[in-house]
Design a binder for this molecule. Sequence first.
Ligand SMILES: C[S@@+](CC[C@H](N)C(=O)[O-])C[C@H]1O[C@@H](n2cnc3c(N)ncnc32)[C@H](O)[C@@H]1O
Length: 220
Amino acid sequence: MEEHQGKHSASHFYAVRAEKSTTPLQQAARTIYLNKTCYNGLFRLNSQSHFNVPLGKQTSPEIVQADRLRACAQALQGVDLACQDFRLLRAKKGDFVYLDPPYDGGYTGYTPQGFQKQDQADLAKLAFALHERGVKLLISNADTPFVRRLYGGETFRIEQVRGPRSLNCRGSGRKPAKELIISNTSGPSLAPLVIDHLTGRYGLDPSWGTLACAAWKEDL
Ligand SMILES: C[S@@+](CC[C@H](N)C(=O)[O-])C[C@H]1O[C@@H](n2cnc3c(N)ncnc32)[C@H](O)[C@@H]1O
């Protein structure tokens, strides 16, 4: 990471972006370096599953955030991370699951497959199945009639919030977007938690796209 910090330039960025086979440690450093220096922290893969976001305009990107990385490592002790399709998610009664899919009608280019209406429908089906199994759920998505239909009924509480959006080619287009927080928990609303997450109260800089990280977390 420090090596990347020291060498950071347009040519270094594109050389690192073009790299293919590295060790897991180098891959992690590469991912963080590219995320901190690419256009708006966007994550996008081309049809060959290769990261293809151009260099961003950040003048002095903070690439090495050692304290934050150590805090994440601490928080993740004993946690299994899986990078896989949501249809493979296994959760049991009492688990809490946060689902943050590509938003309906919005950007879906994280993977070559994108995220279609059928994926949204399959995700909602999974959410209902998990609910039946006694899993607590929090889901965020765009406020569209389609999403409201998918989660409509008595099972889920649907709340509208206005979340910040940092991914727009024009600064003036980065207006708060109407989003839905969908949950099956009783008691106080969980919406403020998601807003905290989106606005950076937990240490995420809101000027970076919050869309860059992996989404599905099992057995939280
Ligand atoms: C809105 S982003 C989540 C952002 C994350 N919660 C954060 O705050 O950084 C949507 C995520 O869904 C992932 N994704 C897309 N298709 C998926 C699939 N079929 N199964 C699991 N995850 C998928 C993308 O890779 C992306 O990380």
